[in-house]
Design a protein around this ligand. Sequence first.
Ligand code: PFF
Length: 453
Amino acid sequence: MATRGGFSSRLGFIMAAAGSAVGLGNIWGFPYEVGQGGGAAFVMMYLIFCFVLCYPVMVTEIAIGRKTEKNPVGAFNALGFKKWNFVGKMGIFSGFLILSFYNVIAGWAFGYVYEMAIGNFAIADHFSEFVQDVFKVGAYGMVFMATTAFVVSKGISGGIEKAAKFLMPSLLIMILLIVGYSLTLPNAMDGIKFYLIPDFSKLSSEVIINALGQAFFSLSLGMGALITYGSYVNKKENIVSAAAFITLADVGIAVLAGMMIFPLIGFMSGGTMDGVGSGPGLIFVTLPQIFGTIGGTFGAIAGTLFFVLLCFAALTSTVSLLEVPVAYVVDEKNVRRSRAVWLVAGAIFLIGIPSLLGNGYSDFFSNFITYPGSETATDFLSFIANVANDTLLPLGGCLIVFFAAHIWKKHNLDEELSHGAPNYKGSFLQKYLNFAVGYLAPAVLGFIFIITV
Ligand code: PFF
């Protein structure tokens, strides 16, 4: 452990893993997916997937990481199943894709810090011009990627832990304050109804697949990020309870993000909820309006602070996304850490350029693909997000749990989980996890994968 560095404390690991999970996925992704997925029915599917399927995947990833102390490819090799390391390679590929578009959105959030600071709440009406100014938002993205690379190059306990411990709770407080404020606005209840009272006629296979992809993306699962973080975890750590905390924290923040956005949309639309399905721009259009209604210097301060904290939440996620390929290159290819970090970060930034251009600047990337049965074209960023989140991550998760239960074997997984959790063996949770990891998750995820492709 000492040679690779590790988390210095129990809280350090939990906060870093929760930092990986909580990010743009919760505050940007979740509300827009709920908006497009028809509201509460999507939320219900998402919650079921998080607790019933994703929690067991999370436990399994952390256990494999801690057992092997390796990156996602090295982990399969270390357990003696080299043939299975393609799952780790697929994870690293997913990480590349996700970080490439994630960094673009993080660049927008970063740009909004400045816009809020100068009190430019009217940006809500000029969002499409903002994202088309590719040199400006590209520069923001470049700074964001460089910051991520800097933190990762500092090594695991130096950078990630310290920031997460302080900033995550601050973000939570800020969100709670905004939720409190949104709920006082006229027509807030129309937003809450949309968000919390399910209309099951809205459930389609597309909504279900999106909810599953959102659950994996939001919890940072299916690509080995938590194998990598698990590799730095102490043997005394109780994995099952840490994973429960991380899942609850992540789901909690996503749910609160919805409580912040939907009442506001109720207010702005006069109760009709028009515009709720507008897609990836949703929070960038609605949030400035909240701060605008507060107005003045106070609105500007609140807006600035919010986007600063959102950027930090995004940073603790980008750091974990970059850490996965970097750990692989360092462990398996013997490249120096600092060199690996900058090389990989540079490559991912370049891969992200089409995602940057596809928001109106380039016609080709803005209308990249038209899915069968759809009348409108999908932009490059959304296309990559669909491939990575809705297909690759659940498939990765399916293969990881199948591997753990049937190739590595359940008793080995149980053994690893019982370190630091003396009462685990023989508990109800153990029985449930055995069932979920061995049968339920591989079957459901495998089935959904087959109907998707
Ligand atoms: N969970 C992050 C979010 O919700 O913003 C995104 C993410 C981070 C996905 C790390 C995957 C990952 F490995």
